[in-house]
Design a binder for this molecule. Sequence first.
Ligand code: DO4
Ligand code: MG
Length: 278
Amino acid sequence: MKLYKTGNGIILDNDDVFYRLHESDWDVVVNRDDLYDWLELQIESLIPVIFTDDLPMPEILAPIGSQEVWASGVTYFRSRTARMEESEKAGGGSFYDRVYEAERPELFFKSTAWRVVGNHGTVRIRRDSTWDVPEPELTLFASQSGVLVGYTIGNDMSSRSIEGENPLYLPQAKSYTGSAALGPCLYVPEYPLSDDTLIDLSIIRSGEEVFNGQVTLSQMKRKPDELLHYLFREMAFPHGCYLMTGTGIIPPSDFTLQKEDIIHITIEPIGTLTNTVG
Ligand code: DO4
Ligand code: MG
């Protein structure tokens, strides 16, 4: 099942049959351990809505209310290696290898809800950065008790020049206006996503694809529950929380994003998150 937050309530998509939930407060709807079962129950009292040219689907917003967005790092070998290379001169190379192998994962704060960009929104490159990439990441949604109840697609926009200069600059490389995108929906499955789930990143410039990369969840070193367990260890999330799970796709070192690039991140069965660089 997919939940869309819209300008006119919350739309539930159950195998292409659409319903408008009675409850329109996103925080109230999503923050429950039994979200899938609760949505199934809702359907029993709802009438399908048919969207037409006269009654179009309302504008879809980022699937977030009052939740914070956190992120995990160096959860794929590709991310470890690319970061070791980019920070070698600054002497930060071995930290990435060590966190990749360590029991405790890297977790960092990514964004407040109000700063998150939705599907078809504009993401940004920092003006003081010279080397920039999108990071396509499966993003977990956990209820306030830390139970994984859904997924969305995340773009952890990152400045490689700033992080590479000194790993202590990570918050500046990762968190700035337009650096976090989520969408298009909150996907609430009956069972967790399988390891063969594919993440696809495609970057389009002037109508041409300038980068395409793919990775499967099987290449992720950590398990979703392991990441959530660490996140919730000493931190309360009264509205639930989003957690990006790290990137396994990093374009080659000579690639940097440019204004007006279009970034498509596809994870079936969640959908595609599309953002333009502004
Ligand atoms: O260690 C820095 C951030 C890593 C990250 O964002 C990732 O691996 O996706
Ligand atoms: Mg990342």
